[in-house]
Design a protein around this ligand. Structure first.
Ligand SMILES: [Zn+2]
Length: 384
């Protein structure tokens, strides 16, 4: 057996840990670019901590999912300021933008030169500026992953910048930052975390280290997601979800994803649907079709007992079947008020082109079994 496990050089987890960020950041330099979301007021605590350490900063706002153009602009912003490090403070989009800006600051060329699928796919050859990632949602695990998802509106596609240099130097996960999240974001991001713990666990590229984090993360997400959706002030549940998200990031970065995420790029590139909502709409259907395909074509595949184990973990009942786990996931999605993709404007007419694109997505290659075009079509049609 051979495997590799890479993560941020340092990970700090715990409620209230943001208050100790000053001295940690100081070690990375005296000038920092803060990348944040649409509400600059949210970075007040961070800015105060930096100022008290004598660190100068400049802010750059990422109001939605980052585009290639926005990342190029952020890099110029940081260069003019002569930033020595980058802090990403926000949801997955903000963290991905910060990671991309940090690595492009030291590599010359436009972001498109380095992108897979639509760009030249040139390798990034130089280490990034130190990047500190501070998530304010619990879902993407972007604080520990080595890719950054960027939208390219002219190609109507989302694709990834990938490099080991993209892994943030420091991941600081403070669950307190998620206490005030609205219900819809709690649901979408939480179900993304669940998907990112299930797909790597059944993937053909799973390894014993990702298995361990998946099992632990699944326990926490299964017991807490519905609770924090209903009671946003449940601090224990928020902590479980922040950890589940972190563990999902570790799992996907070191194992692989699957068909749910294979669809997420093409669907999200063409329709303005939150990433977690796409994953949630697809997850139970892809699980069911995967289990059917494995039963028919690969009954010896180790992913089959994995689906049974998922069922045992999420239901807490011994002797359950894979289908009980799928039913549990479907019930959770409906309790969290997840609508079909049709609510966002996807129709039957869009299915063939989306299936074609998803078949070539890199996440699809991590699926435990290669699905046929008919099976991919069925999965997406059921998710409408
Ligand atoms: Zn995801």
């Amino acid at each position: 057996m051979r495997f590799e496990f890479a993560s941020s050089a340092r990970t700090i987890f715990g409620a209230g840990t943001l208050s100790g960020i000053g001295p940690l950041v100081h070690a990375f330099g005296k000038r920092g670019l803060i990348v944040h979301g649409s509400n600059p007021a949210r970075v007040r605590g961070l800015v105060e901590a930096l100022s008290s350490e004598g660190v100068e900063y400049r802010c750059f706002s990422v109001p939605g999912e980052p585009t290639t153009e926005l990342v190029d602009e952020g890099r110029e912003h940081g260069r003019e300021f002569e930033a020595e490090f980058v802090v990403g403070f926000g949801g997955g989009s903000v963290l991905d933008a910060a990671k991309a800006i940090a690595v492009l600051s030291t590599n010359s060329g436009a972001v498109l030169d380095f992108l897979e699928v639509i760009g030249k796919g040139k390798p990034l050859t130089r280490p990034a500026l130190p990047c500190i990632a501070i998530p304010t949602t619990a879902g993407t695990g972007a604080e520990v992953t080595r890719n950054a998802v960027l939208a390219c509106p002219e190609h109507r596609l989302k694709t990834s910048l990938r490099s080991p240099f993209l892994v943030p130097r420091l991941a600081l996960v403070d669950p307190e930052l998620t206490y005030g999240l609205p219900k819809s974001i709690t649901a979408f991001t939480g179900l993304d975390a669940l998907t990112q713990l299930i797909e790597p666990f059944v993937s053909s590229r799973a390894n014993p280290m990702t298995d361990a984090v998946c099992r632990e993360g699944l326990c926490r997400v299964a017991s807490s997601l519905q609770r924090v959706f209903e009671h946003g002030d449940d601090t224990g549940g928020r902590s479980d979800m922040a950890m589940g998200s972190l563990f999902g990031g570790l799992a996907l970065a070191n194992s692989a994803l699957g068909v749910v995420h294979g669809f997420a790029g093409p669907v999200g590139g063409q329709f303005p649907i939150p990433h977690g909502a796409i994953c949630a709409a697809l997850l139970p259907h892809v699980m069911e079709i995967n289990v059917q395909a494995l039963n028919e074509r690969a009954p010896e595949n180790p992913a089959l007992p994995r689906y049974e184990e998922i069922a045992r973990i999420v239901t807490g009942v011994d002797g359950t079947t894979a289908f009980d786990g799928i039913a549990w996931v479907a019930k959770l999605c409906s309790a969290l008020q997840i609508g079909g993709l049709r609510t966002y404007g996807v129709t039957e007419n869009d299915v063939p082109a989306l299936v074609e694109k998803a078949a070539h997505a890199s996440s699809t290659k991590g699926n435990p079994v290669a699905l046929t075009t008919a099976e991919m079509t069925e999965a997406l049609s059921r998710a409408l």
